[in-house]
Design a protein around this ligand. Structure first.
Ligand code: ATP
Length: 373
């Protein structure tokens, strides 16, 4: 087992910069997820850790070893790909055992017929077989060992890919969107399984995804990446409650955080949609800011209210999700309706077109300056 240190990694493809000096320390045994929109450089960074891509500048340390000049095999990390990269003509058993076969058997021992004639190879094969079976049992795919990948479900294939990564007990697992080929229900189940696997192995996991739910539910820490920069690295709840900037705030959270333009008053309060919200900010009077409110921080107010930190408008749309209701409130001059996530509202309690007021406690309002910070 080992932690991973990434120091000042830069990478361009031709003249297009993809990583602008990324530094990150991942603790031994940590589950760290790199999350960000498509094209932000997550996979490139993971491939650099694995040695599948070479950085233009900066260093990678796995444990205490600087691995910049080591080929992928010598880095002792296991990569799990989105495509699973299973060999279609090999059985599940052969796919899982492959890293051991490649490492422990000589070229001649790897050939099944000739291998039987080589002294010592039977013992080695028996150990490999036992290791492979232990991993397969651990992943509940012991009954599938003789099948080929085409005869497996997506979830089973994904476990075979995990099994192949686990069998050689690497120092760290590097996973690139390993759940993206699963349907929505399977993904939720697999999320829990991978988190459980991490707990039981205690090995460092670096996981790449553009799916914020995966990042939030599995990780010890989340690294939010955009445009080749790390914007914030923190535990999931901190990223959600205390985002470092507006880009992180809007990327994390579904439905998206409500962003409403405001102007700072002389006394530090903020004018929002013709009301004065009692939030004190240390910015010059007249500065433009964005106030940001998570949908669940809004509550519905019955009847007219004049108190601060409210938005009044009309109900544009209602989403009854069973466990909650999303209320979309149009309030001029907002371009997009504000969205409130409230307890389920049934019957005719809320009607599209009716006036409604949303209120938020000052402690739940985030304020970002014109630079997004
Ligand atoms: P996704 O979630 O879509 O996989 P990502 O964040 O993992 O995105 P990368 O795959 O790291 O993004 O790609 C970052 C940028 O680098 C993209 O603009 C991509 O087109 C470019 N890129 C990646 N690999 C190469 C390559 N081998 N040659 C040229 N450009 C590349």
């Amino acid at each position: 087992m080992a932690g991973i240190s990434i120091k000042g990694i830069r990478k361009s493809f031709k003249d297009a910069p993809v990583l602008h000096g990324v530094s990150l320390d991942i603790a031994d045994g940590e589950f760290l997820t790199l999350v960000g929109p498509s094209g932000c450089g997550k996979t490139t960074l993971l491939r650099i850790l694995a040695g599948l891509e070479t950085q233009d500048d900066g260093d990678v340390f796995i444990g205490d070893t600087m691995v910049d000049d080591l080929p992928p095999k010598a880095r002792d990390v296991a990569m799990v790909f989105q495509s699973y990269a299973l060999y279609p003509y090999m059985t599940v058993a052969e796919n899982i055992a492959l890293p051991l076969t490649m490492r422990r058997l000589s070229t001649i021992e790897r050939l099944p017929l000739i291998g039987r004639l080589v002294p010592g190879s039977a013992d080695k094969r028996a150990t490999i077989d036992a290791d492979m079976r232990a991993v397969a049992e651990g992943l509940s795919i012991g009954h599938l060992l003789n099948r080929r990948p085409a005869q497996l479900s997506g979830g089973q294939r994904q476990r075979v890919a995990l099994g192949r990564a686990m069998v050689r007990q690497p120092k760290a697992f590097l996973m690139d969107e390993p759940l993206s080929n699963l349907d929505a229900k399977m993904r939720v189940q697999a999320r829990a399984e991978i988190a459980e696997l991490h707990r039981s192995l205690g090995t460092t996991f670096v996981y790449v995804t553009h799916d914020q739910a995966e990042a939030m539910t599995m990780s010890d820490r989340v690294a939010v990446m955009m445009g080749g920069h790390l914007l914030q690295v923190a535990p999931p709840q901190t990223i959600y409650d205390d985002p470092a900037d507006l880009a992180v705030a809007t990327f994390i959270g579904t439905p998206e955080i409500n962003c409403i333009p405001g102007t700072v008053h002389g006394d530090g309060a903020i004018e929002v949609l013709d009301r004065t919200w009692p939030i004190s900010v240390a910015a010059a009077a007249g500065s433009a800011v964005t106030v940001a409110v998570r949908p669940e921080a809004f509550s519905l107010v019955q009847g007219p209210r004049t108190e601060a930190a409210t938005i009044s408008g009309t109900i544009r749309h209602l989403e009854h999700l069973g466990a909650e209701t999303l209320v979309h409130v149009a309030a001029a001059p907002l371009l997009k309706p504000a969205v409130a996530r409230v307890e389920p509202v049934t019957g005719s309690a809320l009607v599209i077109g009716d006036p409604v007021t949303l209120a938020v406690k000052p402690s739940r309002i985030l304020v970002f300056g014109a630079d997004g910070k």
